[in-house]
Design a protein around this ligand. Structure first.
Ligand code: PEP
Length: 250
């Protein structure tokens, strides 16, 4: 049984003080939602404050990115063990990092290796752009991102990876995919690519999320699909009632 999982990606929003206020309001309303693994991913500057607010709770904390090197002359970057000091999870390969900051399948994989070494659970994002979608390249893009991004880790670590299928055309656009369409990409392209790397059993064990304009109004459409295990939520994770209602949609 794959435990339902919902993560809120706050992107570059909220100061540390604002983040504390937001997370406190959310967790107050989520005390009865233990069946869903719920993770908050604030910006780096707010991570320590949110950690404080989550102390003695079952909620998880994730970083939105990290570097793969252990330390050194990489101005502005954050090392895996710095992330591990506060977080249990890390988002890797978000489409905004791929589009604006030169993230590639190769760098995603280097970061995955570093996450494994530092006992961080990786949330690896894959998904096609609008142009790729319109030219019928979804299978090729998503399969390649999965195969190259997820390769060369230990089988036990592979089972712990969380994959987020996020069609780029659906992120922040208000134009979500549909439950059946997202389920088909996960079932027909993502799980088979994982099976090729680590076998069919692992491919069934790995949790795969949908992300892209998930809201309280459409969450159930995705959560009732057999191959969708939860959501990576952007915009709606900044609104208390929306996010609480998404988590409670399971
Ligand atoms: C995201 O940031 O990963 C995301 C899916 O954003 P949104 O929910 O706003 O589309």
């Amino acid at each position: 049984m794959r435990k339902p999982f919902v993560a809120g990606n706050w992107k570059m929003n909220k100061t540390s003080a604002e983040a504390r206020e937001l997370v406190e309001k959310m967790i107050a309303q989520l005390q009865d939602a233990a069946a869903v693994e719920t993770v908050f991913c604030p910006p780096f500057m707010a991570v320590a404050t949110v950690r404080e607010a989550l102390k003695h709770t079952a909620f998880g904390l994730g970083a939105q990115n990290m570097h793969w090197e252990e330390q050194g002359a990489f101005t502005g970057e954050v090392a895996p063990k710095m992330v591990k000091e506060f977080c249990e999870y890390v988002i890797l390969g978000h489409s905004e990092r791929r589009a604006y900051f030169g993230e590639t399948n190769e760098t995603v994989n280097k970061k995955l290796q570093a996450a494994q070494k530092n006992n961080l659970i990786s949330i690896v994002c894959v998904g096609e752009t609008l142009a790729e979608y319109e030219s019928g390249r979804t299978r090729e893009v998503v399969s390649t991102q999965t195969s190259l991004g997820l390769r060369d880790v230990a089988p036990e670590y592979a089972r712990s990876i969380i994959v987020a299928y996020e069609p780029v055309w659906a992120i922040g656009t208000g134009k979500a995919s549909t439950g059946p369409a997202a389920n088909a990409v996960i079932k027909d392209f993502i799980r088979p690519a994982i099976a090729e790397l680590y076998g069919a059993e692992t491919a069934q064990a790995v949790r795969v999320l949908y992300g892209g304009s998930v809201t309280a109004a459409n969450a159930q459409e995705f959560f009732t699909q057999p191959d969708i295990d939860g959501a990576l939520v952007g915009g709606a994770s900044l609104k208390v009632d929306e996010f609480v209602s998404i988590v409670k949609s399971f």
